[in-house]
Design a protein. Structure first.
Length: 303
């Protein structure tokens, strides 16, 4: 079984505004509402590819109830801990009509020590040998940069694959546990290594540095420049970005994680291609990647 963990899920509210005049009243030209958070996005893309997963995490308030109803309707098995206070966050995405998107992400509700322990017990009792556990995204108030490392400690005696898609300390602190895959984007990789990386060789060296710190495989999403994989066999492989018109960047990185996990059993070169196609299919769509769109890109056809 594949488990996704989303500790700070969100409802993304995307407003297409045209030109924004700050300090004045602006009216949206159109709007979209999507339920997600990084791990949930992974579960949804896996579902679109015909692969089952179970979503775990926290939810809160009326927005949390709406999120769980959405997962149920989508057919994704889930077991979230409902928090006593606050609401699952709403993230605002402003698109000015010129492929420029401004995000305002809420911080989310506070998690108590008791609520954290309830979720940790669920993880410890659910995940078993042969499973994959995907740790994605930010953590809510009340949790810190050791959170994902603490989660891995819960299951370290089991033979499972750990995937981490997070920023800064959340990712760095997991490396000592030798996760199967980490997936920074270029900006995140630069932040981790402490310098700008611009050339292919520099990016490859940055990915290798994460491998040296413990990650078995490092998948770097490069946006318009495609993706790069430094794998546990010592190979560095790059793929060019898929061709198409960008419509939506939300969830593209999560889609890459789903694609890599879905394709890893066929080898890392195939997994990289599938990850790249899943990321592209999401970027070229209003919603998340569909199986049909991914297959078109895998066959080098436009979506």
């Amino acid at each position: 079984m594949i488990y996704t963990l989303t500790l700070n899920p969100a409802i993304d509210y995307r407003l297409n505004t045209g030109r924004i005049s700050y300090g004045e009243t602006n009216r949206a030209l159109s709007e979209e509402l999507s339920f997600g958070g990084k791990g949930i996005n992974v579960s949804k893309v896996l579902k679109n590819l015909g692969i089952e997963s179970k979503a775990l995490g926290f939810c809160a308030g009326f927005t949390g109830k709406a999120l769980i109803s959405h997962l149920d309707e989508y057919g994704i098995e889930n077991d979230f801990v409902e928090l006593c206070g606050g609401n699952t966050r709403i993230n605002l995405k402003l698109c000015d009509g010129q492929n420029c998107e401004t995000e305002i992400n809420a911080c989310g509700p506070k998690v108590t020590e008791c609520e954290k322990n309830i979720l940790f017990d669920k993880i410890k009792n659910s995940v078993t040998d042969g499973d994959t556990l995907i740790l994605s995204g930010s953590v809510p108030i009340g949790m810190d940069g050791e959170t994902y490392a603490d989660v891995i400690e819960l299951v370290k005696e089991k033979n499972i694959r750990i995937v981490v898609d997070a920023q800064g300390e959340l990712l760095l602190n997991t490396l000592r546990h030798k996760p199967f895959l980490v997936k920074p984007n270029l900006s995140e990789l630069c932040g981790i290594v402490g310098k700008d990386l611009s050339t292919p060789d520099e990016i490859a060296d940055g990915a290798k540095r994460l491998r040296a710190l413990g990650a078995k495989n490092v998948l770097v999403s490069l946006g318009a420049d495609g993706a790069l994989l430094a794998d546990e066999k010592g190979n560095v492989t790059s793929v060019a970005a898929c061709k198409g018109r960008v419509a939506n960047t939300v969830g593209a990185g999560d889609s890459m994680v789903a694609g890599f996990v879905a394709g890893a059993h066929k080898g890392y070169e195939y997994a990289l291609r599938l990850a790249n196609a899943c990321g592209g299919a999401t970027a070229f769509s209003v919603g998340l990647a569909t199986k049909e769109a991914v297959e078109k890109l895998m066959n080098n056809r436009s979506v």
